[in-house]
Design a protein around this ligand. Structure first.
Ligand SMILES: C[C@H](N)C(=O)N[C@@H](Cc1c[nH]cn1)C(=O)O
Ligand SMILES: [Zn+2]
Ligand SMILES: [Zn+2]
Length: 475
């Protein structure tokens, strides 16, 4: 097999691959900010141009319009569909990734400009999107480049689906998947997604489960305009006071969700499932270093992982309309929107979650006796996903991990959400594998997001070797 030449090429072209990542990180493709939408589109154009230069057949799909909360609308960024190779004697692998990123500002506490890729002394490639998910999607392009420039036969037909709205609920993508299930995606044999992380910092893993996510906007309004707290304080119902009171009834400081009925459908932990938590390469100190302090709720690694993977959680994210600048503004905000989300697990249903949250919020608000108004809506929801990891897709990936890292991978689940995973599994009826590139301390969604140079370079080898291992499988 041609793998040694491929490995050599990857090692020798590290600088080119990092330059490709540098160009991508410099495009601030933040899907949640309307003002950044042209940058998200620019990022799609960048991928299209790179893919075309590599010889892939590329098309972009318009997936419609996004209705914004202020009533305006915005074009959704295109989904980039690309194909490399079309040999009926080979397997066809679909890879998915996202080219949008979470917001990032220097003022959030970044040590460097989040939209400039900086390599520090320890070989960390810092920049928004480095690990989530620009490094991994460029990994696939780098695999193509290596094979093309070496004149190596590509082991599979590769189909690529890259979207620009994953961090904002993947709007428009499910419809496209359903539409193309029997057309563009018809000949797909297996799906691979590289968009999550190793458990810790040293051992690679294959991932077979994700939590779902239901994101909520809780709006409380009353006064016709923002008010002077000296003139009106104590004389009007203040939306922020109501909001804090209601939001404080959602979750306890020990992480327990307080919405009645929310745990009713959570699948009980069986002995068999409990055993899957034995011997995983994860230690409390890795959690402490990823968190940046020792504020863990649970004492044991097992409890930490179970609360990350197989129990639901509720997080409070922020308040739109609240005063948050430095200084002492004495305003009474007229309208505030509290944002929170619930990470869901088998066998919770998204419709039940929304109904329970609505009922709870309305009942808690009624207790306040406030003349303000309340409105609660679920802005996006995705279901949890768990696969059985004994399919040849996982076997090929496990062999690839052993070839690149000389170790058997851990089999993990993930606390984050990639709702499209389940959409691909259901619409195509094919096995889906999550094959992470980055480490558990990469700081995705946080400040100083990074991808270690070695994870990027070894990750490229891993993705390429996985495709070669697929070609070897007789199934
Ligand atoms: C795991 C993946 N890389 C990721 O970060 N997913 C996001 C998806 C999401 C859902 N709503 C907003 N973003 C996540 O888990 O938060
Ligand atoms: Zn993300
Ligand atoms: Zn991601």
């Amino acid at each position: 097999m041609s793998v040694p030449k491929f490995f050599e090429y990857v090692d020798q072209h590290q600088t080119d691959f990092i330059d490709r990542l540098r160009k991508a990180v410099e495009i601030p493709s933040v899907s949640s900010e309307a003002a950044r939408r042209p940058d998200v589109v620019r990022m799609a154009e960048f991928l299209v141009s790179e893919l075309k230069n590599l010889g892939a057949s590329v098309e972009t799909r318009d997936v419609g319009i996004q209705k914004m909360h202020d009533g305006s609308s915005l074009n959704l960024p295109p989904v980039v569909l690309a194909t490399y190779g079309n040999d009926p004697s080979k397997k066809t692998v679909l890879v998915y990734g996202h080219y949008d990123v979470q917001p990032a500002m220097l003022e959030d506490g970044w040590n460097t400009d989040p939209f400039k890729l900086i390599e520090d002394d320890e070989g960390r490639l810092l920049g928004r999107g480095s690990t989530d998910d620009k490094g991994p999607i460029l990994g696939w392009l780098n695999v193509i480049e290596a094979h093309k420039n070496l004149g190596l036969d590509f082991p599979v037909n590769l189909k690529m689906c890259f979207e620009g709205m994953e961090e904002s609920g993947s709007e428009g993508l499910d419809d496209l998947i359903l539409l193309e299930a029997k057309k563009y995606f018809a000949d797909v044999d297996a799906v691979c997604i590289s968009d999550n992380y190793w458990l810790g910092t040293t051992k690679p893993c294959l991932t077979y489960g994700l939590r779902g996510v239901s994101y909520f906007h809780l709006t409380i309004k009353g006064p016709g305009r923002d008010l002077h707290s000296g003139v009106f304080g104590g004389t009007v119902h203040e939306p922020m006071t109501d909001l804090f009171k209601v939001m404080s009834t959602l979750v306890a400081p020990d992480g327990k969700i307080l919405v009645p009925g929310i745990y009713d459908k959570v699948a009980p932990l069986t002995d068999e499932e409990n055993k899957t938590y034995d011997n995983l390469a994860f230690e409390m100190n890795e959690l402490h270093s990823a968190v940046g302090s020792q504020v863990n709720i649970h004492k044991t690694e097992r409890e930490v992982l179970q609360h990350r993977w197989r129990y639901p959680s509720l997080s409070l994210h922020g308040v739109e309309g609240a005063f948050y600048n430095p200084g002492d503004k004495t305003v009474v905000p007229a309208k505030v929107i509290g944002k929170f989300s619930i990470r869901s697990v088998p066998d919770m249903e998204t419709e039940d979650i929304t109904a329970l949250v609505k009922k709870h919020i309305e009942s808690e608000f009624a207790k306040l006796g406030s003349k303000n108004t309340v409105h609660i809506e679920c802005s996006h929801a995705g279901k949890p996903w768990v696969a059985t990891p004994n399919h040849w897709n996982y076997v090929a990936a496990a062999k690839a991990v052993e070839k690149v890292f000389n170790v058997k991978p851990d089999m993990t689940r993930e606390g984050g959400s990639i709702p499209v995973t389940l959409s691909f599994q259901d619409a195509l009826g094919k096995n889906v594998l999550l094959l992470p590139m980055g480490r558990g301390d990469d700081g995705a969604h946080s400040i100083n997001e990074k991808l270690d140079r070695s994870n990027y370079i070894q990750g490229i080898k891993l993705l390429g070797t996985y495709l070669h291992e697929i070609a070897e499988i007789k199934a």
